[in-house]
Design a protein around this ligand. Sequence first.
Ligand code: NOJ
Length: 557
Amino acid sequence: MRLTETADVWWKNAVIYCLDVETFFDTDGDGRGDLRGVCQRIDHLAELGVTCLWLMPFYPTPDRDDGYDVTDFYGVDPRLGTHGDLVELIMLARDRGMRVIADLVVNHTSDQHPWFKSARASRQSPYRDWYVWRDEPPPDAEKGVVFPDKEKSLWQYDEQAGQYYLHRFYRYQPDLDIANPEVREEIERVIGFWSAIGLSGFRVDAVPFLLDTSGSQDAADLPDPHDYLRDLRAFLDRRHGQSMLLGEVNLEYPDLRRFFGDEDGDELTMCFDFNLMQRLYLSLARNDPAELVKTLRERPDPPEEAQWGTFVRNHDELTLDKLSDAERQEVFDAFGPDENMQLYGRGLRRRLPPMLGNDPARLRMVYSLLFSLPGTPVLFYGEEIGMGENLAAADRQAVRTPMQWTADPDGGFSTADPSRLPAPMVEGEFGPQNVNVAAQRRDPESLFNWLKLLIVRYRECPELSWGTCTVLDTGVASVFAHRSDHDGGTIVALHNFAPESAEVSVAVAGTGVGVRAVDLLTDGTADVRDDGVLSLDLAPYGCRWLRIVHPGDRYLV
Ligand code: NOJ
């Protein structure tokens, strides 16, 4: 394929890195990370190979849901910096070949947003209809509560307003009414504004809830909410042709596919794949990739220029909501048996390395999967060095602890008193003394250097992101093998889910005369047998990436 295509459709083989400005690097000693801190650490991201930086909400906020409760969609929280700092960051990132995207949290506002303050104060307020009100909560008010430990209903009575308002999440996050054309237009203005400042797209929070108009009165008369998503995407394309929308859509595949739009992909550019992530954990718990294989077979192809967003951890709990109760219990038993590790009865508030007993081979195997499965890998800060969680922190804060730059007790994150940090540092085996950037940059065997290698290879093999993925038969239940083919190129990847070594044989070429399987990660290049079969040994939790090279091929090997 022409490599230029991979640059035009940049999200299709990007490496996305999510960070919370607040917990990344503090330059002014107030205990909170800041935008200038991200600027200071841009070369760490560049060295890792990140091509797209996703900033979690940096807007003014009372911070009751870690910034997902916004009081000004056009603002920058003064505790994190200024618009000027953000522009500097975008410029610096651009200079390092990185785009910047940000969370767009417009399903709801904070209850402290001036719109809501005005709306609740009077029925005559021009903002009253920007929210969803009822005199009585509907009979199904308790259905679909997202944070069941804190909320029992989706409807909250407001004394001042004299009515109930809809809130999908916490009660201090009243839902905006997307059915209202003024709200729709305002959201366009918001994305127009940030795009003009230089953002290359948005991670769209809670998309199915954003589009859900069932709470509005007369919902039946409303236009199809997907029309709105289409409009939003068309607006963004008109303004900035290379911008993208990466949606949080945690639905089953048939419903989820709709959010990409039609065959040409006229709605979301990317959707996170929560299904694959959950089945991957079940497969890991079982040392058997069968569930992963099944999911890959069921997963619909996104439109040609759209892409799945793949991930193994994010800033929320590791949700296991798509598994059956028995399957979820298997994952809990394997990776989070203590109640304190679990959240909302459906997920785990842990990071990957502690879940895997910090087994280096197993960790390497999981990240090798992340970068070789079809989809654009999305990393959460700290994953590149194998950070752990702090279960002493409140619910999801456990995985949102400060970044660990050095071996100092404060991880080199901030000079402030520890009591002022947004979340406590991790301690013990995964604390800064044992897990930090400075040490891993210098250690060729570190997880950081492993991820760097995976990223370089992933970027130079467009087959992985653009290709057709086929699961291969290995004859060994614990070994997952797949090939990705694109434009004459073939990459074969093998992953051993078990703690025992395995001997596998896979058919990789019609006829194998003169064909070689060039190892892309370590030194294990092998000849393919004349019948096209490749035989090799895989170490316990071993993984291999092989480029199939025919006589006369001229790949970068
Ligand atoms: C999804 C975000 O990922 C989560 O962190 C947040 O609490 C809710 N949406 C509400 O915005």
